[in-house]
Ligand binder design. Structure first.
Ligand code: URA
Length: 231
């Protein structure tokens, strides 16, 4: 990691203030002055600013019940972001482990731990996400078989990975997918001539959205929820 990013993540200083401190010789890595603003560090290196060791802030793991109308991004010029729902310091350090569309509701995971985020979101891990959805038109009986076989999404070269569709009504279903392509669920239904009009994420891997969490509320993950992505 770059030293300026490490200091930025763990203090209130801006990038400009950090670079100025580096140029003034106030930043040290393992006791050696670092003046190059793009210098990097190893995870165990000791970084000092003005002779004070910078301690990494606690790493956080959160689940949020995302309401509609919030963007899964760090900033947005048009809409509030999921970070606006958090009353936490240094919340811009948090990474969103699997984004939802503006109008999609449900489970969003956030963390400062980049490696954990990678384990949740890396396509190679094929982590299962379960969605509850409502469609504009009735869902044909043959659609479950089509999704199990994989459908070709508009603009893609390869079909989707096998997905599990369980009908819960003529226009309602639960869908489990192992990928996280852009607008994936909406595009899967578009590929079979239907349209998703309501989408809610219930789970990611074995982490279920807590039924006690009202829309807009969040809580820390439990140790076993965190550990479920540490295998
Ligand atoms: N698939 C979508 O189409 N939208 C989402 O927000 C999540 C999955």
């Amino acid at each position: 990691m770059r030293i300026d990013k490490f200091i930025g993540n763990n203090t209130d200083l801006s990038r400009t203030q950090i670079h100025a401190a580096m140029k003034r010789g106030e930043v040290k890595c393992n006791g050696e002055r670092v003046s190059k603003t793009n210098a990097s560090m190893q995870p165990d290196d000791i970084i000092e600013l003005d002779n004070t060791v910078i301690k990494p802030l606690n790493i956080r793991y959160l689940m949020l019940h995302k309401p509609a109308g919030y963007v899964c991004a760090n900033s947005d010029s048009e809409h509030p972001t999921v970070l606006d729902l958090l009353d936490l310091p240094h919340k811009h350090n948090l990474q969103i482990a699997g984004r939802l569309d503006l109008d999609t509701t449900g489970l969003v995971l956030l963390t400062d731990d980049g490696q954990w985020n990678h384990r949740v979101t890396a396509p190679r891990k094929a982590c299962t996400k379960r969605y509850r959805l409502i469609t504009a038109d009735p869902i044909g009986e043959d659609i479950a078989a089509a999704f199990a076989a994989g459908v070709l999404l508009h603009g893609e070269q390869k079909p989707t990975l096998p997905a599990l569709l369980r009908l819960t009504g003529s226009h309602q279903a639960l869908l489990e997918i192992q990928e996280g392509k852009y607008h994936q669920v909406k595009r899967m239904f578009a590929a079979v001539g239907n349209r998703v009009i309501s989408l809610h994420r219930e789970s990611i891997g074995s982490i279920e959205l807590d039924s006690e969490l009202e829309p807009g509320k969040y809580r820390p993950l439990t140790p076993s929820e965190i550990a479920s992505f540490c295998g």
